[in-house]
Design a protein around this ligand. Structure first.
Ligand SMILES: [Zn+2]
Length: 263
């Protein structure tokens, strides 16, 4: 009883989704799986995605409209020490006041954290990545989010950005943390920031708030099979199923056809 009360307080205080709460309120299978998230808590009703104007995430990205106003992302990042936590849902790099930010369509968002899903949540023309990284930015005045999604595919080469995290020691269990003197720069984990899709959506974890501008990079990043296993072993299946587009428009940069495959 005491424990349950404590998690309620934690969740109201921190606000759900991308939190560092170590409680297991939602899962990716069984009775607490994605189909039942909306029923787990009153504040999570958006997760049902049943309204005619629901704008839930993730989605399959296709039929994007090229919008020539979309330019290379105005992203400013700074290298900071590795500071990972296993929050029971994902492995997350935490930020506080790093000065890293993104300016997008008239709004400034500060980098708050990045985390991982295996396998990918978004799909691009039906193709699913082996992993997806979500870099979460937040607008101070509104709390609205912008999330950059990068899909990963498994190839021969090691990804140096992921390897720095693996070498620091991925936190094994719910509540574990890893701090390291090694510095990382989010921009090294991203691919071409001139080619992307964008659409209005939601957090992919409860409370599934529909205040997220999604930016999905067109070009997947590469990782080795050993690196994939290092994440997969800890994350298992932490991806939400695809949601209905519900008439939303997906826009794309005009460079989208450029294939810069460097593998
Ligand atoms: Zn995520």
């Amino acid at each position: 009883m005491r424990r349950a009360w404590l998690s309620v307080v934690l969740f109201s205080a921190i606000g759900g989704c991308f939190t560092t709460s170590s409680a297991q309120e939602f899962l990716y299978n069984g009775d607490n799986g994605p189909a039942f998230w909306a029923e787990l808590r009153p504040g999570w009703s958006a997760c049902a995605g049943t309204g005619s104007d629901a704008r839930q995430s993730p989605i399959d990205i296709r039929h994007a409209r090229v919008d020539s106003r979309l330019k290379r992302l105005e992203l400013r990042t700074y290298a900071t020490p590795i500071d990972l936590i296993n929050n029971g849902h994902s492995i997350e790099q935490q930020y506080e006041g790093t000065g890293s930010d993104i300016f997008f369509e008239g709004h400034l968002y500060d980098l708050t954290q990045f985390h991982f899903h295996t396998i990918s949540e978004h799909t691009i023309q039906g193709r699913q990545g082996s992993m997806e990284m979500h870099a979460v930015f937040s607008e101070e005045s509104t709390g609205n989010k912008l999330v950059i999604g990068t899909l990963f595919t498994v190839g021969k080469r090691q990804n140096p950005f992921l390897q720095a995290l693996i070498d620091a020691g991925l936190p094994e269990k719910d509540g574990d943390a890893t701090a390291s003197g090694t510095v990382i720069d989010l921009s090294n984990g991203l691919t071409n920031t001139s080619a992307y899709y964008t659409y209005p959506g939601s957090l992919t974890t409860p409370p599934c708030s529909e205040n997220v501008t999604w930016v999905i990079l067109e070009q997947p990043a590469k990782m080795s099979s050993t690196q994939f296993e290092a994440f997969r072993r800890l994350l298992g299946n932490d991806f939400r199923p695809l949601q209905d587009l519900n008439g939303r428009e997906v826009r794309a940069t005009k460079w989208i056809e450029d294939d810069e495959d460097d593998d």
